[in-house]
Design a protein around this ligand. Structure first.
Ligand SMILES: [Zn+2]
Length: 66
């Protein structure tokens, strides 16, 4: 059974959800504070320690010749 590992980014609450289906965005809700700012990882043992963090930095805004 897939185990989804949810960690709230707001309050740090960690919870696991057992589901027979794929997790959806609406499932990613903190059980403690109700925040949807929850990061999801796979528990169980599909991927161990596979935290995918994609931070796209779009710096250097606006082209401008000085
Ligand atoms: Zn929370």
């Amino acid at each position: 059974m897939p185990t989804y590992d949810l960690t709230c980014k707001d309050c740090g609450e960690h919870s696991e959800k057992f589901m027979m289906r794929l997790i959806r965005e609406e499932d990613k809700v903190c059980s403690s504070c109700g925040s949807t700012n929850v990061s999801q990882g796979l528990g169980g043992g599909y991927l161990s320690g596979g935290t995918v963090t994609s931070e796209i930095e779009s710096g250097c805004g606006g082209g401008g010749f000085s």
